[in-house]
Design a protein. Structure first.
Length: 263
């Protein structure tokens, strides 16, 4: 009886496999393989778990970028995998901190300088007393708004500043570089964080003993990439990318496993 049952079970499995392509099996295996690792990152518990998780989430995104764009540079692959497979709505918003640093280097462009100061001052004003309140990305300048004040001669010179370097997605890549290459990220403010699932700005607070230093300069702001945001981004990119692999009949393991790595 047991042999007959096993025989029928084998027939059923064979019929199921007939309707599943080799690519579907590979993509399903790949999806389960990397999502298990993503969940393992989430489960890390240690005194320095925030740094460790951020580092591993960035490395995880790097691995997906390499699997999807094996012929692109690390930077282009990292940026493209987020643009193509996520729904992050603020990725091309302009960073007031990066914009202010650029305008400070080129004060002769008065329209750009005024625009940068307005954007920066709006962020400072939202900081609240001692910068305790968060500043979200909803009201940040758009690339279209920046185009209006962008110096015309910068459009024609290849050595001129690039608008893309002021966007949120490039700031995320800079964060990735600091984590991956320097194993560090800026210590965040001691205030309880609200809306901690989204990227936000907040004024950086220093502490001496048990006292918070309140008389900081306004330029002591930080851009915070919460681990919850990075986890959500990794999950979304994974699911959308594997759908693409399935649709285009791409074997994800071919580029994911590279004996020589991407560095």
């Amino acid at each position: 009886m047991k042999e007959i049952y096993q025989y029928h079970l084998t027939l059923i499995e064979a019929r199921i496999i007939e309707h599943i392509t080799i690519n579907q099996l590979l993509v399903s295996e790949f999806n389960g393989y990397i999502l298990e690792r993503l969940e393992n990152i989430k489960l890390i518990e240690s005194p320095d778990q925030e740094l460790q998780k951020k580092l591993l989430y960035m490395a995880y995104l790097d691995s997906l970028a390499g699997a999807s764009y094996p012929n692109k540079s690390n930077k282009k692959a990292f940026i493209n995998v987020i643009k193509d497979y996520s729904t992050w709505e603020h990725f091309d918003k302009i960073c007031p901190l990066a914009l202010k640093r650029l305008s400070d280097k080129h004060p002769q462009y008065t329209e750009l300088k005024d625009f940068a100061e307005q954007a920066y001052n709006r962020m400072v004003a939202q900081g609240g007393q001692f910068g305790a309140a968060q500043v979200n990305l909803n009201d940040l300048p758009s690339k279209d708004e920046l185009d209006v004040v962008w110096p015309e001669n910068w459009n024609d010179e290849t050595s001129s500043p690039n608008r893309e370097n002021l966007t949120q997605i490039i700031q995320l890549y800079h964060c990735r570089n600091t984590l991956v290459h320097s194993l560090q990220h800026r210590k965040e403010s001691p205030y309880p964080r609200r809306n901690s699932y989204v990227i936000h700005y907040r004024q950086y607070m220093r502490v001496e003993g048990n006292s918070i230093i309140a008389n900081l300069k306004h330029d002591e702001f930080e851009l915070v990439h919460p681990i919850q945001f990075l986890y959500k981004l990794c999950t979304e990119v994974t699911l959308n990318m594997t759908k693409y692999f399935l649709k285009e009949e791409i074997n994800p393991f071919e580029s994911y496993y590279d004996d020589f790595g991407r560095y």
